[in-house]
Design a protein around this ligand. Structure first.
Ligand SMILES: C[S@@+](CC[C@H](N)C(=O)[O-])C[C@H]1O[C@@H](n2cnc3c(N)ncnc32)[C@H](O)[C@@H]1O
Length: 284
């Protein structure tokens, strides 16, 4: 996937505009659908129930809808009381608030996002939840505004696919994690790559939407390679859900509709919601 600097800036600007509008309630729920409670809001679109009812029950009900994720990284992270957590691309703050409950008053959860409207929404949600052990930071996940070795666990939900330089994000994650620190990410991952299709990978990515979390998705092999190159050990990329056309939110469905039906048929099932876990070696 080639991304030059002006492309990278254009991508970030489009992502910021899209999620700014989403936070104001003016855009469809993408990346990955209205995943909070699995409630379709009365439409016929299927969405993935990402969180169990009892997990969300610890927060005011209106916060559960502020989810643009594709998985449940808090459930992957096995958080313990007293840990410091950082959520890359924290959006409306749902995962930060869930993590803050798990790490308790002796722990702390940071959210990091580059979109002002998302930060404002997250801070409102934190106030609604009465969460005292959270902070939402403004910044780019390619340049994390925290000191080296200050975080126990990094989580992220459907964000890394949106960043132009994923290697930089993972190197930054490694830098801020303490030795032995953990990474627990939910993301869109292409299982098996985009070869063997009647059109090129470049054509497919051009037709698909970047802000809808498809065009920038890594293959599982690329994810593993970048994690190992960043210094991580115990790397695992596991498919949790294979998307079908019926799963797609309207924005995805429109993007996919620009491709020939034969290509769509071949593509279905290659796009997955995957769980990515890794650890910083204690000695590095
Ligand atoms: C698909 S939404 C997911 C939000 C949240 N993780 C959730 O599960 O609801 C992507 C979020 O990542 C943020 N984002 C995307 N690229 C970013 C970057 N390079 N640096 C910081 N935030 C970024 C967007 O502003 C948006 O809030």
């Amino acid at each position: 996937m080639s991304t030059n600097l002006s492309n990278a800036e254009a991508i970030k600007s489009a992502v910021r505009d899209h999620y700014g509008q989403a936070a104001r309630g003016g855009a469809e729920r993408s990346c990955c659908g209205d995943g909070g409670s699995g409630d379709t809001g009365g439409g016929d679109r299927q969405t993935l129930p990402l969180y169990r009812g009892e997990e969300l029950a610890v927060l005011p009900t209106e916060i559960a809808g502020d989810s643009w994720g594709c998985g449940n990284p808090v459930a992957l992270a096995s958080l313990r009381p007293g840990e410091v957590v950082l959520d890359l691309g924290s959006g409306g703050g749902l995962d930060v608030l869930l993590a803050a409950q798990r790490v308790g008053p002796t722990g702390f959860a940071y959210g990091l996002d580059m979109t002002d409207e998302m930060l404002a929404l997250a801070r409102r949600n934190a106030a609604r939840a009465g969460a005292a052990n959270v902070a939402f930071l403004k910044g780019d996940i390619e340049a994390i505004p925290l000191d080296d070795a200050t975080v126990d666990v990094i989580i992220s939900n459907c964000v890394i696919n949106l960043t132009p330089d994923k290697g930089k994000v993972l190197r930054e994650a490694w830098r801020v994690l303490r030795p032995g620190g953990r990474l627990a990410i939910s993301d869109i991952v292409i299982d098996g790559g985009l070869d063997g299709l009647p059109v090129s990978e470049e054509q497919i990515r051009e037709a698909l939407s970047w802000v809808g979390c498809i065009a920038g998705a890594l293959t599982a092999a690329q994810y593993r390679e970048l994690l190992v190159a960043a210094g991580f050990a115990e790397v695992d990329v596991a498919v949790q859900h294979r998307y079908s056309v019926a799963d797609l939110d309207p924005q995805w469905a429109r993007a996919v509709a620009t491709l020939a039906p034969a290509v769509v048929h071949d593509l279905v099932g290659r796009f997955t919601s995957s769980a990515i876990t890794a650890r910083c070696p204690v000695e590095s």
